[in-house]
Design a binder for this molecule. Structure first.
Ligand SMILES: Nc1ncnc2c1ncn2[C@@H]1O[C@H](COP(=O)(O)OP(=O)(O)OP(=O)(O)O)[C@@H](O)[C@H]1O
Ligand SMILES: [Mg+2]
Length: 376
């Protein structure tokens, strides 16, 4: 048995210490002390799971030792069994009051002592487990709370972002206007041409952000062009340098009928699937994001396919569970992070339109998520 539990025996009679040591030694790590003072001095280093404590001793007695151990919060979980020749009810009560867990009378039968110690050790280990579990739960609650606070902060930034981005338009107009004037004066200057190109790109990014944030805030049923939406989601990802420089995108957008729904249901669920696909390719030698839409007989089909690490059969059962993630919560570099809510929420949103999400994956090769939406 590894991880033996530890017992401290305190008694001023050496004969008693010897007997108890013999009874317990096979199953437990035993230390002995000849006085209350000595016992108290041993506790902080030895950290016993249990103390067998003689009541009447020279110097501080068993009750006092018991009281001091209980006072010290850190050692509050130690089991204490009083060992005494005095077993009158009053004596026992005094022991319980001082904080003892149980009492055993002298002389005792070895089997009885061993049985009692075992019972309390079992109790102790259950309590320790509960204590650990509780601590773990507390840590998780703290972590999730921090996440929620972060999410709320991000949402607030999002609410202001539209305003901030909108304000970028004015200085951008000035840049563009002056670039035009310069271009007229120096029609062949490459620097000015680059300036105009960059400014035009910036204008496009600003208008994508603005139109998306406007539609995101809309919670009414509106006509949605899913092809346009997919284009916008990919466009938004371009601010991510990994995506921009390392991922090749194939967009095959076939004609599909218009759809009616709440805009952010689709921007979020499709955005989540695209983000997952990009994340999965972080370490892939070949990175191709393939997005294809088509009209089938009875539904609109949207496929988002990647050449990423794939999903093992074992994980496949869990990926739609809330909080299931294989990504760290935070990372210092551009490594993908996650909370494990993306697929759970995507599934909920798609299913609320009677749609379905199907997954096909091959480990080490890639994954394909297919969304089927019933035709309007
Ligand atoms: N395209 C994919 N390729 C490989 N694994 C995937 C893919 N999409 C999802 N997964 C796996 O499923 C898990 C759950 O995905 P989900 O989108 O729910 O959470 P997440 O991406 O980890 O975090 P979040 O989306 O909340 O930021 C991922 O951590 C990943 O292990
Ligand atoms: Mg995700």
């Amino acid at each position: 048995m590894h991880n033996k539990n530890k017992v401290l025996v305190v008694d001023d009679a050496q004969s008693v210490l010897t007997v108890i040591r013999e009874i317990l030694e096979d199953e437990y790590i035993v230390k002995t002390a000849r006085s209350g003072e000595e016992g108290l001095a041993i506790i902080p280093d030895f950290k016993p799971d249990m103390i067998l404590l003689d009541v009447t001793m020279h110097g501080i007695d068993g009750y006092e030792v018991c009281r001091r151990v209980r006072q010290d919060g850190i050692f509050g979980f130690i089991k204490i069994i009083m060992v005494s020749g005095r077993t009158m009810l009053e004596e026992r009560l005094k022991g319980y009051e001082a904080g003892a867990d149980d009492y055993i009378g002298k002389p005792f039968k070895p089997e009885e002592l061993l049985a009692k110690v075992r019972v309390f050790m079992r109790l102790k280990s259950v309590e320790d487990q509960l204590h650990d579990l509780n601590k773990e739960l507390n840590d998780q609650v703290r972590m999730r709370t921090e996440q929620l606070v972060d999410a709320e902060r991000m949402a607030a930034i999002g609410r202001y972002a539209a305003g901030i981005v909108h304000n970028l338009n004015n200085p951008l107009q000035v840049i563009m206007g002056n670039a035009e004037l310069l271009a007229v004066k120096h029609p062949d200057n490459r620097n000015i041409m680059n300036l105009r190109k960059a400014a035009a790109q910036m204008k496009k990014i600003i208008s994508t952000i603005l139109s998306t944030s406007y539609r995101e805030s809309n919670t009414e049923y509106v006509p949605i062009d899913l092809n346009e939406l997919l284009k916008d989601q990919v466009e938004l990802l371009r601010s991510n340098t990994f995506f921009k420089h390392k991922v090749k995108t194939d967009l095959i957008l076939n004609p599909i009928p218009g759809y009616r729904g709440i805009y952010h249901h689709f921007s979020q669920s499709l955005g989540n699937l695209i983000k997952n696909a990009v994340d999965a390719m972080y370490k892939s030698p070949q990175r191709i994001l393939h997005i294809e839409t088509s009209r089938e007989k009875e539904y609109i089909r949207i496929e988002i396919r990647d050449t990423g690490h794939g999903i093992s059969d074992k994980k496949m059962d869990k990926i739609f569970n809330p909080f299931f993630t294989t990504k760290p919560l935070t990372a210092k570099d551009e490594r993908p992070t996650g909370t494990g809510l993306g697929l759970a929420s995507a599934k909920e949103m798609i299913e609320s339109y009677d749609g379905r999400i199907l997954v096909e994956s091959e480990e080490g090769k890639g994954t394909s998520f297919i969304i089927l939406l019933p035709l309007p």
